[in-house]
Write a protein that binds this ligand. Structure first.
Ligand SMILES: [Zn+2]
Length: 295
């Protein structure tokens, strides 16, 4: 089922109370979307699919940039697949830098959006997120904001740890529903071992009301996930290593086909990527302790 904003908030609130987390996995194509939803169905747990503002007229041309028609077709697949799912599926707009992009996503049918102004000063960040909240809440949709800054974006300046008092002030100033905090993770591929500040998560969890979000999560060890969730993380954002798991399986297949002098067929690579990504996702949903939710 396609979860609405109220149901999405209820899942993350239940996660906050029960000290488990719902994974929020980035999808770039139909195969990744199918891997995420079918993994959740096999485990009978709710899941969040995250998308970018793919059709963004202001965004530079890039590998994920879509035409308006491509975005519409992709949305149609994802929304229908989510509606048919046997588990609640939350569609979420990830890391949108603009108010206009968030409005586009709400119109596209997403019940949950993130406005990321985490590189801006507190007041500017809060004012922009508040503006999105004022547009989203009357439609029954929810909003994620970020305070502190999780590094790893092409234009970011590294990690800025979230201060406890800022997290509290931020949710009060914005009225947002989910708060992304910076506690030592970075986006993308880990070249060195990240050092996570579990005490900071617990300190923020003790005084803030919102479910807390950890970005830059893929590539962490099992104990790091478990300790972060135990300390108070309720939404785990996960992207890069799903692609690496699927890509590694495809590379293995390519080597095997070359060794056996067999013809490569695209379908074989799609299935190899899908199956490996699904197994990898199931392993992580289990680590996150995601619980069954019914409506
Ligand atoms: Zn992120």
């Amino acid at each position: 089922m396609l979860a609405n904003g109220k149901q999405a908030k209820a899942i993350w609130n239940a996660a906050r109370e029960g000290h488990w987390a719902m994974g929020a996995f980035n999808i770039m194509d139909m195969i990744t979307a199918e891997a995420v939803i079918s993994a959740a169905e096999e485990l009978d747990v709710p899941v969040c699919l995250q998308m970018a503002d793919g059709y963004n007229p202001e965004a530079p041309e890039g590998m994920n940039r879509m035409t308006e028609a491509q975005q519409h077709n992709f949305d149609t697949f994802v929304i229908n697949r989510a509606k048919d799912a046997t588990v609640p599926v939350v569609l979420h707009l990830d890391h949108c830098p603009t108010y206009e992009g968030c409005i586009r996503a709400l119109r596209r049918g997403m019940p949950s959006v993130m406005l990321d102004a985490s590189q801006q000063p507190f007041d500017d960040n809060a004012a922009l997120v508040k503006k999105v909240v004022e547009a989203a809440h009357p439609c029954g949709c929810i909003v994620e904001g970020e305070i502190g800054h999780v590094g790893g974006h092409p234009n970011s300046h590294g990690v800025i740890y979230t201060e406890v008092e800022d997290a509290v002030r931020y949710e009060e100033a914005t009225g947002c529903d989910l708060t992304a905090i910076s506690i030592g993770t970075v986006h993308g591929y880990y070249a060195t071992e990240p050092v996570l500040n579990y005490d900071r998560i617990a300190e923020i969890r003790a005084v803030a009301k919102n479910p807390l979000v950890m970005h830059g999560s893929s590539g962490l060890r099992e104990d790091q996930f478990k300790d972060a969730i135990k300390a108070g993380i309720s939404k785990v954002n996960f992207a890069t290593y799903i692609q690496i798991a699927g890509g590694a399986a495809q590379l293995e297949l390519a080597k095997k086909l070359i060794e056996e002098d067999r013809r490569p067929m695209m379908m074989m690579f799609n299935n190899a990527g899908l199956n490996a990504a699904r197994d990898y996702l199931k392993m992580h949903m289990t680590i996150f302790g995601t619980q069954k939710v019914t409506f």
